[in-house]
Design a protein around this ligand. Structure first.
Ligand code: TUI
Length: 315
């Protein structure tokens, strides 16, 4: 089985992270992924600190294996969330939608590994200097809040710019994606969209059905005019949003319109008026299956793919 520096750094069996998706990656999903040998990550999103503590306790009841928390740096509760992470001695945090620089010293003090998501080489360089343990280079194929560069050009440029381990994210779904990521110099992968269709993922079944039905061209990016581009499956909300953006609507009005819409989709199951954040790989996701099966499929598929490449091109 493929082992990388990332496995040793964190103490996991397989170099597979489950993306810490807001309103989606709860303690149930993260526990299942960690127990299966990957890294399960709770998505703190914009939830209050008490909610996070409760989800961490769910994981601790199920498994002693390492797990993580994703901190969405634009959250109004970010300070309290960091406090809970320190108090609960969370083994790993990932961060998104900003620069986590100012929190690095307090996390290092308690031994929490810090793995920010970056969408550019410049931020990757800055964060390596600030002392982070690894980086997730996330291409704009991903769902949710995205940068501007695709995975294929982003990952090798980040790998060449830093000497800490890099995890590839964006558009990865199976063993082929894992082998491609390793070829680009990554030490592992993070997957979000496929784990949304894990049995243990507690989101509305209506969202899961929408992902299963999605085709390759079904995601759209809205919010470029507000400076916060977000990739979602196209629906009534994205069509309204696109129309307002075309009309030059004030970014503040658009930002307000987006508030609460992710929860509306994921928790309430409103797939027309809610924000169904999903990556471009949604078109490939064909079934609902246990998290452990997803991880085994990625790892066995990687072995198969390596053997095939070696047979075809090896000397
Ligand atoms: O964070 C994500 N994806 C997300 S967060 C989210 S919840 C949300 N709620 C309200 C508004 C927007 C989102 C849904 N999906 N991915 C990681 C990620 N981080 N992608 C891009 C970035 C990023 C972007 C700019 C990281 C840093 C950055 O600039 C920081 C700086 O200071 O240069």
């Amino acid at each position: 089985m493929i082992k990388t520096k990332l496995c040793d750094l964190i103490g996991i069996e397989y170099p597979v992270f489950q993306g810490g998706m807001a309103w989606t990656a709860t303690g149930e999903l993260a526990a299942a992924v960690s127990e299966a040998g990957g890294l399960g990550i709770i998505g703190a999103g914009q939830a209050p600190a008490d909610w996070l503590r409760q989800e961490i306790h769910k994981i601790k009841k199920v498994t002693n294996k390492p797990y993580g928390v994703n901190v969405m740096l634009m959250s109004p509760f970010v300070e309290d969330v960091m406090q809970v992470i320190v108090e609960e001695r969370v083994p790993v945090i990932t961060t998104g939608a900003g620069n986590p620089g100012k929190y690095i010293p307090m996390l290092k003090e308690v031994g929490t590994k810090i793995i920010p998501v970056v969408a550019s080489v410049a931020l990757a360089r800055r964060l390596e200097k600030a002392g982070v343990d690894a980086l997730i280079a996330e291409g704009m194929e991903s769902g949710g809040h995205i940068g501007e560069i695709s995975t294929l050009p982003l990952v090798p440029q980040v790998v060449d710019a830093v000497s800490i381990p890099v995890i590839a994210a964006g558009g990865i779904y199976d063993g082929r994606g894992m082998v491609a990521a390793l070829a680009l110099g990554a030490e592992g992968v993070q997957m979000g969209t496929r784990f949304m269709c894990a049995e243990e993922c507690t989101i509305s079944s209506k969202v899961k059905e929408m992902i299963l039905k999605a085709k390759d061209r079904d995601t759209v990016v809205t919010g470029r005019s507000t400076g916060h581009p977000v990739r979602c499956l196209g629906n009534k909300l994205t069509r309204e949003f696109e129309q307002l953006e075309k009309e030059g609507t004030d970014p503040e009005v658009l930002e307000k319109m987006g508030a609460g819409k992710l929860r509306l989709a994921m928790v309430e199951g409103d797939t027309q008026n809610g924000s169904v954040m999903s990556g471009q790989i949604a078109g490939a996701v064909q079934k609902i299956e246990p998290a452990a099966t997803i991880i085994q499929d990625v790892m066995q598929g990687s072995e198969r793919e390596l053997a095939r490449l070696s047979q075809r091109f090896g000397r």
